[in-house]
Design a binder for this molecule. Structure first.
Ligand code: GLC
Length: 707
């Protein structure tokens, strides 16, 4: 038996030696950056390259990127697109990374959690029409919590592309045509997904996409080149990304499109000079699916090794799904076309995020049954509230709300559909769980009838199904399908009141049905509780409060059409079409309520303001009806004369407030000149011109209050 002293000494010696030999990257009190730097030093070239590579397992609902079932994946693969909702499967993949890789580096599991995970919320375009970013933030937090329970720690969301051509299928995925609106929602979604602490058990790393200019695609076609001035790039397409970066976004996804001749996934100017240097972005950039490989097809890379070099040298830190980095980066480094410093910087960004996410300390997820974390009553209630606030009442000649004893007939292809309620990019949402319109209407209107002839009012459920929008879903026409127009006309010709309920993921041309409809309700794709929200609005239990975040054209020929256009050289009617209206059918900000609101007493605290000072505009809004209602008040500015001309009006503040019947609420906009009157130049530097500005306030971009 050894004397105690010897044993203690032995213990002490081993303890001291272990203190000295614990690698810094395993020291949880060290910073994520220093732990990543230490770990990076210990990695081989092959380990670094695999850390900068993402592959996929499983299959999702995007036909353009069907995943292989279970490819033989190297344990050192940095990230996987996890197309499953089984936490045990996630843990199996994670166990392989942690236990089979030499340094035990956890894998980062990501997925497209765009508008919900198992509980599906309204599509992002619909959420923008709620003008309730706080509610959007709450929904993102719920989506994150559900996704983390399935084993994810990263979402490829929010998509913050500005889209002004509704022919583009991905218009459903963003927050509309306006840079300010998209900026507000970008920050809200980042906060919602990431919470206060990325390592928390309910936080997902966010991903701003698709960087940059993807929504400016010519004629609304997908994947095509985009071309714009630097001025437009800075004042229209970059602001929402800047807002997301300022909100702390963890990652950015580089886009498919060529931007001004240089593919976005090989664009050093946007990826490094702007994102990483000017904005000091400290997260990492992941390419879009196969976007590195596509550099060859786009005519920029001579071959795959060239593509790997161009992408990583431009600033793409991780290569999604095409193994180009895995297969060609080593030779690019050996050829000297890529420096080890460049690869190290990319891997350092990736490892730093993994430390921030707490993956080294907590790589595994608790394998709880779905019933404990998915589609809970609280989650569904949030989806219902978001859906109710996202509905936009476009037209109402008094037919709505319907009396509970009304004899209502339902027609149209979307009356009984649950699949189409979820829309595109509905993650692990089970369409069978979504409430169809007819199901909810049956509960609210007991006198539902089965024939138009025996009805008082016909609700025509028309529009476009979930499959008509999303990636690679561009259309050449926005017209309502002829058979759907016939449904509306038949109801009208039968002498019935006609309520059109639209299920769609993009603005449509409604001129063919508008004259025959007593009411038109835009319900988008509202998710799990869609039917309940729609029935609640039609019966008046919910007073609609949504307003358009994207313009509805009067005709296809008007496209592109959006509210924040620059002034033309001549006043109307010069410059108008000679064969039709120049104004849209429904403008940006349009949306009716069952309440009525009156604006009055627009005041400015001063008619002059200096840089660094503020001036406050206020307006009183009275609910002149007998129904409580929420009103969104929009504040626009106009720079009357500027060296670089600007849009005729620019949204710079909005606020949505519930105003009880008969009461008045005072809305205010505290104007800080550089932030609220200023703009950016073609180099991205913000400035504010001295001179005259007009402050406008109203319930939409066209219904502005004038004293
Ligand atoms: C897609 C999309 C992108 C998505 C990615 C992974 O092609 O463009 O938005 O995040 O692939 O599914």
């Amino acid at each position: 038996m050894k004397p105690v002293a010897t044993i203690l000494l032995a213990f002490a010696a081993s303890f001291l030696s272990s203190c000295n030999s614990t690698p810094l990257y395993q020291n949880t009190s060290a910073s994520p950056e220093s732990r990543a730097t230490d770990l990076l030093k210990r990695m081989t070239l092959e380990e670094k390259i695999l850390q900068a590579s993402q592959y996929y397992v499983g299959e999702n609902d995007n036909p353009n990127n069907k995943g292989a079932a279970l490819p033989d994946l190297p344990a050192e693969t940095g990230s996987l697109i996890f197309m499953s909702k089984d936490p045990a499967f996630a843990n199996a993949l994670q166990r392989k990374a942690v236990e089979e890789s030499r340094l035990g580096i956890p894998v980062l599991l990501g997925y497209d959690v765009i508008h919900g995970y198992r509980t599906i919320f309204p599509i992002p375009l619909a959420q923008a029409c709620s003008w309730n970013p706080d509610m959007a933030e709450k929904c993102a937090g719920i989506a994150a919590s559900e996704a983390v329970h399935a084993g994810l720690k990263w979402t490829f969301s929010p998509m913050v592309d500005i889209a002004r051509d509704p022919r583009w299928g991905r218009v459903m995925e963003g927050y509309g045509e306006d840079p300010y609106t998209a900026s507000v929602f970008a920050a809200a979604l980042v906060r919602g997904y990431q919470g206060e602490d990325l390592s928390a058990g309910t936080s997902l790393a966010s991903c701003l996409k698709h960087y940059v200019g993807y929504g400016a695609s010519e004629a609304g076609r997908d994947y095509v080149p985009t071309d714009m001035s630097d001025q437009t790039l800075w004042d229209t397409y970059l602001p929402s990304f800047k807002s997301g970066v300022e909100a702390g976004a963890s990652t950015v996804m580089s886009a498919f499109n060529t931007l001004n001749g240089v593919p976005a996934s090989a664009n050093h100017y946007t990826l490094t000079e702007i994102l990483k240097e000017k904005w000091d972005f400290d997260g990492f950039v992941v390419s879009d699916w196969g976007a590195v490989d596509q550099l060859v097809y786009q005519g920029m890379a001579a071959d795959k090794e060239d593509a790997a070099a161009l992408a990583i040298n431009a600033g793409v830190d991780m290569d999604m799904s095409d193994w180009v980095y895995r297969d060609y980066l080593a030779s690019a480094i050996n050829d000297g076309t890529v420096s080890m410093k460049t690869l190290d910087e990319a891997v350092l960004r990736i490892l730093t995020l993994k430390f921030k996410l707490g993956l080294f300390e907590n790589p595994y997820v608790e394998e709880l049954p779905e019933s404990e974390w998915a589609l809970t009553e609280e989650n569904q209630d949030a989806s219902l509230k978001m859906a109710e606030e996202s509905i936009v009442l476009l037209k109402n000649n008094g037919v709505l709300p319907l009396a509970k004893d009304a004899k209502v007939a339902l027609t149209g292809p979307f009356a009984d559909s649950s699949r189409d309620m979820n829309g595109a990019w509905s993650a692990m949402g089970n369409t069978a769980e979504s409430i169809p319109i007819a199901h909810a209407m049956n509960l609210v209107f007991p006198n539902l009838v089965t024939s138009v002839a025996s009805s008082d009012v016909v609700v025509c459920c028309i529009g476009q199904g979930a499959g008509r929008t999303g990636e690679n879903r561009s259309v050449s026409s926005l017209e309502i399908a002829p058979e759907q127009v016939d449904l509306v006309k038949q109801a009208r010709n039968a002498g019935k009141k006609v309520v059109v309920v639209l299920t769609n993921g993009r603005p449509l041309v409604l001129s063919s049905i508008e004259p025959y409809a007593d009411a038109i309700v835009e319900t988008w794709h509202l998710g799990t509780r869609a039917g309940d929200a729609i029935a609640a609005v039609l019966c008046g239990y919910v007073n609609p409060s949504g307003k358009l975040a994207i313009t509805f054209p009067y005709s296809m020929g008007q496209i592109p059409i959006y509210y924040n256009r620059h002034r033309r050289a001549r006043l109307a009617p010069e410059g108008n079409y000679i064969d039709g209206p120049i104004e849209p059918l429904y403008a940006f900000g349009h949306g009716l309520s069952y309440s009525t609101f009156e604006y009055a007493n627009l005041t400015l605290s001063s008619s002059r303001v200096k840089k660094g000072e503020t001036v406050t505009a206020t307006v009183d809004v009275t609910n002149t009806s007998s129904i409580d209602g929420a009103e969104t008040v929009f504040w626009f500015i106009r720079d009357v004369a500027s060296l670089v001309t600007r849009p005729d009006k620019e949204l710079r503040h909005f606020e949505k407030i519930m105003i009880p019947a008969g009461e008045t609420h005072s809305f205010s906009f505290e104007i800080e000149p550089l932030r609220d009157l200023g703009t950016v130049d073609a180099r991205g530097d913000r400035y504010v011109d001295a001179g005259e500005y007009t402050i406008m306030v109203g319930s939409s971009s066209v219904s502005l209050y004038v004293e």
